[in-house]
Ligand binder design. Structure first.
Ligand SMILES: [Zn+2]
Length: 476
């Protein structure tokens, strides 16, 4: 267990006041009068949710302003770094170590995706506590993680843990939206603030089984690489009253129809193999057998297993490079046949896979030399997985096993992109975790409606991340 949390005392007086007033007897009140959970991580999460940072537009400075007093109150070196957009700001806090080791960075994005408010049963920006959960946009992605990471760092200061390395806490802008002040901007403008030996951000999962026990902990060591591929068809631009055989829209449609029938092959890196082995060990038959077959040497069995496993869109995307058409464009008037038509396919590549090879395959699938394939980014970042041999990965593994006894810990490929690129591009290992046990239902609400996280999970996650930081940064 982590040491007792001193700040709990701060909640005693407001709680008494609430009891005396006969109002909300189970919840404390913040100075603004909003109910506040008695759990410090949950209470911080409520504050973060109430600072609406839906991106666009983001307004991320609001989150930086929520965080600053919590760190300053403990005398931690903390600051708000402005961006050229006055509504967007980055927050950085640094706990000093003795300098014998290079810093560890723990980061979380400040922004969230927007909401379809009418589909929520509660106000998505009120930080409602209900049935042992905190509800609100960002509860899972990623204000819950930010609250856990921040509380773990604050506890290091509260407990005056002597540190061998600096612990940097970062809250960054523009992860969910397309604004220009993401971690790539931060790395360009303020590298000295975020330079570290390794970093932790969002990524893997602490997955719960339906009966509530933790099945496994996955720590992401790589993100898939997202690339835009343009597919263009050409034809004669002419009057729509005299169509010709070389219609660009028909040619593009034929090509896209062929691509839609094509399935990319299974690609398994060493990390993915370990992840699938963990799934095999922690699943019940028949799924456990399918996972074993996927790794086995019988191609027919692997293919049959893939059919079942890939019914889950997440699993489908984790074991192969994926092809998703996302834009299509052609023509400008009803009576003009356009000279070209164009589609954009979003390729998501597994680290180590060669995009050029996939494009060659697609050319063969389409079998039409008139169709052009253009990768819109001729250069793309190095995408090697972070090693599982670093002190940070080992500390995550050790603390996960301490908090969830007997649990399997596995590296994991994150199916989407995260902020990790800014460090990975410089060869700095980055790991990812959503630091709270979560079940399928809670997972499905991420970016959806009635997003929520359990307070018990926040407590366990805080304990795990606190232990991780003590292990990786504490002076031995
Ligand atoms: Zn996120």
């Amino acid at each position: 267990m982590p040491p007792p949390i001193r700040s709990a005392q701060r909640f005693a007086l407001p709680l008494l006041a609430a009891l005396l007033a006969g109002l909300r007897p189970l919840a404390a009140q913040s100075p603004s009068g909003d109910p506040r959970s008695s759990d410090p991580t949950a209470a911080l999460l409520q504050e973060l949710i109430r600072a609406n940072t839906s991106n666009p537009p983001g307004n991320e400075r609001r989150v930086a302003e929520v965080l600053l007093p919590h760190f300053r109150a403990l005398g931690i070196d903390a600051k708000i770094i402005p961006t050229p957009d006055s509504t967007k700001a980055v927050f950085v806090a640094r706990l000093k170590g003795d300098g014998s080791k290079r810093p560890v960075l723990i980061g979380a994005h400040e922004d969230v995706v927007g909401v379809e408010r009418e589909k929520w049963s509660v106000d998505p920006f009120a930080g409602v506590e209900k049935d042992g959960h905190i509800y609100g946009r960002g509860a899972v992605d990623f204000k819950g993680g930010m609250a856990v990471f921040a509380r773990a760092v604050l506890m290091l200061a509260e407990q005056k843990i002597p540190l061998a390395r600096d612990v940097i806490f970062l809250a960054e802008a523009d992860e969910e939206g397309g604004g220009g002040y993401s971690t790539s901007w931060l790395a360009r403008e303020h590298w000295d603030e975020i330079d570290a030996e390794f970093a932790l951000n969002e990524g893997g999962w602490i997955m719960k089984a339906p009966d509530g026990h933790v099945r496994y902990v996955s720590v992401s060591t790589a993100d898939k690489l997202s690339l835009p591929l343009k597919v263009t068809a050409h034809g004669t631009s002419t009057h729509a009253s005299m169509p010709r055989p070389d219609n660009a829209i028909f040619a593009l449609s034929r090509a896209m129809a062929k691509i839609s029938e094509y399935e990319t092959p299974i690609v398994l890196t060493a990390e993915q193999r370990q992840f699938i082995q963990t799934l095999a060990k922690t699943s019940k038959p028949p799924m456990s057998t399918y996972y074993r077959d996927l790794l086995g040497s019988d191609p027919a069995k692997a293919k049959a297993a893939d059919k079942v496993i890939s019914k889950d869109p997440l699993m489908h995307s984790l074991i192969r490079n994926t092809i998703a058409p996302t834009l299509i464009n052609g023509g400008f008037r009803v009576n003009v046949i356009p000279g070209s038509a164009e589609a954009t396919i979003n390729l998501r590549m597994i680290p180590g896979s060669d995009p050029a090879q996939l494009i060659e395959t697609l050319k063969k699938v389409v079998a039409d030399t008139g169709i052009q394939f253009t990768l819109n980014t001729p250069t793309y970042p190095r995408n090697a997985p972070s090693p599982t041999t670093t002190d940070l990965y080992r500390a995550l593994e050790k603390s996960a096993k301490a908090v969830f006894p007997g649990v399997e810990v596995t590296p994991y490929l994150f199916q989407a992109g995260t902020d990790a690129g800014a460090w990975r591009a410089k060869g700095i290992p980055v790991y990812g975790i959503y630091p709270y046990p979560i079940d399928d239902d809670e997972l499905s609400r991420m970016h959806g409606n009635d997003e929520k996280v359990s307070i018990a999970s926040l407590r366990q996650g805080t304990e795990m991340i606190y232990k991780t930081l003590v292990e990786v940064a504490g002076r031995k």
